[in-house]
Each structure stands twice: as structure tokens, then as C-alpha cells.
Design a protein around this ligand. Sequence first.
Ligand SMILES: *Cc1c(COP(=O)(O)O)cnc(C)c1O
Length: 411
Amino acid sequence: MSLKKNDPEIYNLIQKERKRQAETLDLIASENYSSKEVMEALGSILTNKYAENYPGKRYYGGCEVVDELEEVAKERVREAFALPLDWHVNVQPYSGSPANLEVYNALLEPGDTVMSLDLASGGHLTHGSPVNFTGKTYKFVHYGLSPKTGKLDYMEILKLADKVNPKLILCGYTAYSREVDFKKFREIADKVKAIAMADISHIAGLIVGGAHQSPIPFFDVVTSTVHKTLRGPRAAIIMSKDKYASAIDKSVFPGMQGGPHENAIAAIAVTMKEAKTVAFRKYAEQVVKNCKTLARALQDFGFKIVSGGTDNHLMIVDLTNKNITGLEARKLLESAGIVTSQSPIPQDPRKPWDPSGVRLGSAALTSRGMKEKEMSKVASWMAAVIADHDVAGKVRDEIKRFTKNFPAPGL
Ligand SMILES: *Cc1c(COP(=O)(O)O)cnc(C)c1O
């Protein structure tokens, strides 16, 4: 209550954002609603504590409690991901981007060759985009998606690996809607003796919830954010085989970070406990069911879905047959209360700022308790607005009423 009294400007902005989150349909594939419990840990007195370095060897006094806390968080990550005994966990990365930089910094020299999916096909900025530090520092060679199927083509990836001989092969995506065959990646990495790294930022919740296979039996290093399908705080984790543990720990601290955010680490621990429940398994399953339903319903309205559908929590809608660009569609849908992000389609002829598609995800809506029936409704609203821009206002009112029946966790 003291924020309301002592800093009403910020208090009111938070209230305004709370209302926006409650009254709109969040179809942004990387977003979710975290629980009250996660936020309680995140907004706790743990934010006061400095604890540079790792439990048992801190540079500051008074770390006995946060030492215990960090060990609990690590143990819970282990359990949630069923890590083998010879794997190590680091829970200190501030977010997904630093986690990736920290792995590269630990395992590569500047100029080393890395293979990853390019940004336009669904890779992340930190996977060697030319505008990103990673693209300027390492020699990224990008594999693409098959122009025919819109899916990963493992034969092509193997051919490219044979040709460029990468030190590290990165598998993990921001906008790829199909199940990833991690075993095939391992085989490719073995053939060229590369380190196999997975970035499961998007699908981590599906993996923990049993709705997507895990890379851990096959890979060497795995990074992940905690705030997407996992529904945790804005933070990240690095899991690796023990042989890389010391290099990775040193790269996180003192290599690239200072004091860890112990409040975020507490919230990671809370998230991992929630993710191990039966309710979360059901959630992960429902996320995928909802996404498939939404994709099919949109296809029935004549929308093209990249790769023809989805196996996970997201899809890319190719708008080239709808006479509207990705940016225009995003803005139009937003005016109707449907919040999405613009997205390139594979081999997009348009520029990244105004590409040919939008990306949609089902994770946040599923957290509000929406099921298949509601997904069909969402598809029909989207189709109506794109077909006739003038109905946006009417749809906006309907969605305001509709969202009242699906309160979001944590709001
Ligand atoms: C979201 C994402 C990241 C980056 O996470 P931030 O927390 O936004 O820095 C990294 N890799 C992938 C694949 C992602 O989807």
C-alpha cells in the first residue's frame, strides 16, 4: 500500500498495466503469467543482499541464508529436469541473453565457428545475429529451414556441419513450431566433434511438463529462460555436463556478471517446485492441445501456418495471402485486444521491422484456464478483424467481457 501513497505515479502505471494484462488476450509466445508465489519471492527482501561468487565462497559476509537458498534452487532445477548426477547447474544468469553469452565465453574463443538457425527462420538474436555482440564476436554459420517443408532439415544441417566444422552446434529457437529431434543433433555434433548446446528458453515448460522430449540425455550444455512456458521470473539457468562446470561458473562470475539476483533465484526455486506438480503436467499438455486447435481453426479461416502446423506452444502465421503485413496485423489485432508479435516467415521478402507474419503462442491463455473451445473463439475473432478492420472495436468490447471469465494467475 505504501507505493500507492508514496509514489502514486508508478503505482498507477502498474495498475494500468495490470488492467491491460487482464483485459487483453496475450498471444505473445514468449509471455506468461507467473503465480503470486513467484512474485512474492521476486519482490522480497532478498533483493537487498549482495552475494558475489558461489555458495561457500562468497566475497561478502552474511551470506549463510542465501547460500542455502541457492543450493535449494539448484537442487530443484535438477529434480525438475531430471538431471543426471554428472550434470551441473548455474542459477545466476540474469536472463536468457546473458546465459548464452556466458556459455560462449566459457567454451569458445573469439572467431570460433558456431552453427545455429538464423534469426529470420526462428533463431534468437544471441544465436549470432549480425547486429548482436555474438554475431560480431564469433563466426556464426547459419542453417535454415527446408524451403519445401518449413521444418529443420537434418541432412542439410549435417552437410553444412561437415563443410564448416563448427566448434559448437546450437539447437534452440525463438520461433520454431515443430518438435526438435535432439538425438539427430547429437549424431551430427558427434560426426564433426562439436559441442552440442541446446537453448530451450521457449519449450522448457513443455519439457518439464512432459509435452516435449528433453535434450539433456543427448547434449553437453543446455541454457533456458525461466519466464516463458515455465511461468517463472525473468531469469535464466545453465545446465551442463560436469566437465564444463568450472568454465561456465567462472564465465558467469566473475567473467560476465557481478552479484547474483537472489530474489530471482528464490523465484526460480518456487517455479521449479510448481513445475513438478501434476497440475503443471496437465498445463503443459493443454498448452500444446490449445496451440494445435488454434492453428487448425486459423487454417479453416484460410490462414497459412508456417510448416503447416505446430507440435508445441507456438506457430508462425504467414500473412502473404491476406493482403496485410505483420506489423499492420499486429497493430490491428492489438486494437481489438489481441496481443501478438510480428514475425518473419522463412525466406521473408520483407524487412524484419515489418515482416510477413505474426507469431502466436498459447502458453499465457492456457494459464488463464482457456481450452480448445476458447481457442476456436480466438481464431474466429482474429479472422473477423483481419477480414474487416471495422469490427475491431466491437471485438474489443467482446474480449473485455470474455476475459473476465478467465482470471489470470497472479493478477
Ligand atoms: C527469449 C529467448 C532468449 C533470451 O532471453 P532474454 O531473457 O530475453 O534475454 C534466448 N534464447 C531464446 C531461444 C529465446 O527464445
